[in-house]
Ligand binder design. Structure first.
Ligand code: SAH
Length: 458
């Protein structure tokens, strides 16, 4: 029987960490999830919420700090919902993340330690200011002043913070320009409760290679008063390339509206991953950490081991970034993606870069792949998959097995579903060759991995 009740304080040692970066401490066989703690800490915590076999507690005091603990660099790291691992040194984060992937392959995938070859995790050279995209909400503080920053974890309370250390330095300058423009023209920020006010969010993006900047204001209305003055001032920021606003009059948590009104520039910024050029408009998807994305794609390319004659399928291809990366070295690449707008971008990007050996299909991987395989007897030397967290549909895996490629390269953002899918494939003619993790999101619990499977048919 667990004797700790809600609001009780207790002392516990942190022994493990959850997928989302909360520390886990055990008390009388009961697991407590405690945010902002690190493995090895002894802490005083306050019980906030209790379930049958686990509960959530709030860190009150670190009684004996873990050797892995560091002082968080960001002053609002605890309130803000953005980072989870700011109290853990970057080196320890990498170890923790790699261990997580390894443990899931052993536990869920049932692989043997001897079968697993882990190549060293690829960390960031600089774990700060790596995001090329930020979306800041606007609101009012108690005194009625305009504030912007980040939502607190799980709520929509705005934590005022204009210089997130994961974002680019220009964010702060741009936010100040927008705030002073709003004050000058007496423009109210949007209020979710009353559905009144005009400015909801601002989207800021930067092309890391090109230095180009994009600003897109999201508004609850059809136009912006004094927009000429705003555009002029924003243009004084070095690199400013695209200014627009997006109309979003819905009562919804979705940030961007569908309609974009262009104010300045071509409607997009340009950036690169490797040698491939991309036009990025306010609504297009683009990887937020382009430096690590390039490294991730290099692992994919190395694992695919293309010599120029291969036929490759890229399932869950998004805007076709992996497809184009591999098309440089393959005979033909076929991409499949469920979101039609992403496929439109993928085709546009193929044209922009002069690739004629790629073809894209809109639809579910588990439907398009079997259809194309049955109808046109498509074949594959290499199949790359990069599914969302829930992993691959069984129909998709069954078709991969039927097609019998020499190699499958599995890019994963969730090692639990990765382990499940790898087990399925390894029971049906594939062999696990090697795994490599690549960190795309320092200070968060997320980890990306690439696994190479080779055909094991005797
Ligand atoms: N490979 C891309 C994107 C991977 S994210 C990149 O590197 O940028 C996973 C993608 O899978 C998303 O674009 C999502 O829209 C898509 N997706 C989700 N379910 C799908 C399904 N059943 N079939 C095909 N694509 C799917």
């Amino acid at each position: 029987m667990m004797t700790i009740k809600k609001n009780d304080c207790f002392i516990v040692e942190i022994e493990d960490m959850s997928e989302d970066g909360s520390g886990i401490g055990k008390q009388e066989g009961y697991a407590w999830f405690i945010k902002d703690t690190v493995i090895g800490d002894v802490v005083e915590a306050k019980a906030m919420k209790t379930k049958k076999s686990y509960g959530f507690a709030r860190l009150m005091k670190v009684i004996r700090p873990s050797e892995k603990r560091i002082e968080p660099t960001c002053p609002v790291s605890r309130q803000c919902g953005g980072c989870q691992l700011q109290a853990m040194s970057y080196e320890e984060q990498l170890k923790f993340k790699e261990r997580k992937v390894c443990q899931n392959l052993l536990r869920i995938g049932g692989f043997d330690e001897k079968e697993l070859e882990f190549e060293p995790i690829i960390g960031m050279e600089n774990p700060w200011r790596y995001r090329n995209k930020a979306q800041f909400p606007f609101g009012l503080d108690k005194e009625g002043g305009i504030v912007t920053g980040f939502y607190a974890g799980r709520t929509h309370t705005i934590i005022p913070q204009e210089d997130c250390l994961l974002g680019v330095e220009e964010n702060q300058k741009i936010l100040r320009i927008i705030k002073s423009y709003m004050r000058e023209f007496r423009i109210q920020p949007y209020d979710e409760e009353s559905h009144r006010g005009l400015v909801r969010h601002v989207l800021i993006r930067k092309g890391f290679r090109t230095g180009e900047l994009m600003v897109c204001l999201v508004i609850n209305g059809k136009d912006l008063p004094g927009v000429k003055s705003l555009t002029e001032t924003l243009c004084s920021v070095e690199g400013m390339t695209s200014i627009s606003f997006s109309i979003n009059r819905e009562k919804s948590n979705v940030i961007m509206g569908k309609e974009i009104v262009n104010l300045y520039g071509p409607g997009y910024i340009t950036d690169y991953i490797g040698e491939i050029q991309y036009h990025i408009s306010p609504l297009s998807f683009f990887q937020v950490n382009p430096v690590q994305t390039e490294k991730l794609y290099q692992i994919v390319s190395e694992y695919a081991g293309l010599a120029g004659k291969e036929t490759v399928w890229d399932l869950y291809c998004g805007i076709g970034t992996i497809s184009l990366f591999l098309a440089q070295k393959a005979k033909a690449v076929y991409g499949v993606e469920i979101v039609p707008e992403a496929i439109r971008d993928a085709r546009e990007n193929a044209r922009l870069n002069g690739f004629y050996n790629v073809e894209f299909f809109v639809g579910k991987a588990e439907e398009v792949l079997p259809e194309q395989y049955e109808a046109r007897k498509y074949f594959a030397d290499v199949i790359v998959v990069d599914p969302p967290r829930k992993g691959c549909d069984q129909m998709c895996l069954d078709t991969i097995v039927k097609m019998g490629p020499k190699k499958v390269v599995y890019v994963s953002c969730d090692s639990a579903t990765l382990a499940r899918d790898l087990r399925y494939l390894c029971d049906r003619g594939f062999k696990l060759e090697k795994v490599r993790c690549c960190d795309m999101f320092a200070w968060s619990g997320h980890i990306e991995s690439v696994t190479l499977l080779i055909s094991d048919l005797k």
